[in-house]
Design a protein around this ligand. Structure first.
Ligand SMILES: *Cc1c(COP(=O)(O)O)cnc(C)c1O
Length: 386
């Protein structure tokens, strides 16, 4: 026991010295983008609840009604007794939204990636992963026991070069990328990646955690632009713009049937609570009914980038990269004193030397508050003229 505690203490002390120790701060969500932290009402620019649906009355009412009708828990894995009737409705809506034959819902986005990737790729296969892909894509890739090659961020020529060298010696190949990068807010070149995948008999899987609900009229990053990118494996989460919890894969019927039979995080994990599934259904119905509302988070992010003088936002996520961890922590503190909650993002979430403030914008952020925030960032953090 002593060596265990000593190990933990030494590790923590080293993290503390490099400003990398993390701690939990109790935060209560109030209405819209407002939160309560340390007894203070603050405006949060670090929630992924882009459409503020987590507190929407219709979504909350749907969760309460389903909980009363079916109880608080699913009671088992979906393959045993946990597949309550709401699942079919949710999966049909997701497939329709994404334009695929079928969909499969998981307990979370993390569980989805940890289950889907090893169910599709194994020892003889090649996995090509964007270097900035989300941690759970890496988890899934590692669990597959395939050969993993990482490609330079959004560098299609690098993917082509890696495929030319390694594709022939592997049975199958899978390209894995976020469609909207969670810490940078930029979009993957989906059409170019899809064309390359096609040319090399390679499968393309995108993680649309930050695209669903806010890009492509609410349908996600694949539906940005004039025609949808042909992406056969569209994974995402119900925990961000959809406002609740859960993950999903949208794909063809045979692929979804295989995933339901083989993905370990689907088979050996309890189904989502009925209230959570009902909330997601209600949220997707609101998004389908109001595509203009879905466009608001990106519009708010663009207002901010214009006022600060940054490149135009492509998504609701805007990074301001400050370098070392202490600089990001100090900037976060400065904004907190002005009533804005913006967390500092440090390694290992982002590469060393790129610690940053990560701003996220939601449909209900008041423009006036965005203007005050932008002025502070511009003058006090970036040291630019007012
Ligand atoms: C948040 C996130 C996930 C994980 O989703 P959860 O539902 O929170 O587990 C996966 N991928 C990306 C890109 C994310 O940002």
């Amino acid at each position: 026991m002593d060596s265990l505690n000593a190990f933990a203490r030494v590790k923590l002390a080293a993290l503390e010295r490099s400003s990398l120790r993390r701690s939990l701060s109790e935060t209560t969500r109030l209405e819209g983008p407002w939160v309560l932290r340390d007894g203070r009402r603050m405006l949060s620019f670090c929630c992924n609840d882009y459409l503020n649906l987590s507190t929407h009355p219709d979504v909350v009412a749907a969760a309460l009604a389903a909980t009363r009708q079916y109880g608080v828990g699913a009671g088992g894995s979906r393959l045993v007794t946990g597949n309550h009737p709401l699942y079919a409705a949710l999966e049909a809506r997701l497939a329709r939204l994404k334009g695929t034959e079928d969909a499969c819902v998981f307990g979370s986005g993390y569980l989805a990636n940890a289950g889907i990737i090893p169910a599709l790729a194994g020892r003889h296969d090649l996995l090509l992963v964007d270097e900035l892909a989300h941690a759970c894509i890496w988890t899934g890739a590692q669990l597959s026991s395939g050969s993993i090659l990482s490609f330079r961020h959004n560098d299609v020529a690098h993917v082509a070069q890696l495929l030319a060298g390694a594709r022939a010696s592997h049975r199958h190949a899978l390209i894995l990328t976020d469609s909207v990068f969670s810490m940078d807010g930029d979009l993957a070149p989906l059409h170019a990646l899809a064309a390359l995948a096609e040319a090399h008999d390679c499968w393309l899987m995108t993680d649309d955690a930050h695209g669903i609900g806010v890009l492509g009229g609410g349908r996600g990053a694949v539906h940005e632009g004039e025609r949808p990118a042909p992406v056969p494996l569209q994974m995402g989460t119900l925990s961000k713009a959809i406002g609740g919890y859960g993950g999903y894969l949208c794909a063809s019927r045979p692929v979804i049937d295989l995933i339901r039979t083989r993905a370990r995080t689907f088979i050996y994990a309890t189904g989502l609570p009925p209230g959570t599934v009902a909330a997601a259904i209600a949220a997707l119905d609101l998004i389908a009914a109001q595509p203009d509302y879905a466009a608001l988070p990106v519009q708010k992010a663009r207002l901010f980038t214009t006022l600060v003088g940054l490149p135009a936002a492509a998504s609701p996520i805007v990074p301001v990269i400050l370098g070392e961890a202490p600089a990001a922590l100090a900037a976060s503190q400065l904004l907190a004193e002005a009533g804005f909650l913006v967390s500092a993002i440090r390694p290992p979430t982002v590469p060393a030397g790129t610690s940053r403030l990560r701003f996220t914008f939601t449909a209900q952020h008041p423009d006036e508050a965005i203007a005050r925030l932008a002025a502070l960032v511009r003058t006090r953090i970036l040291g630019r003229p007012a």
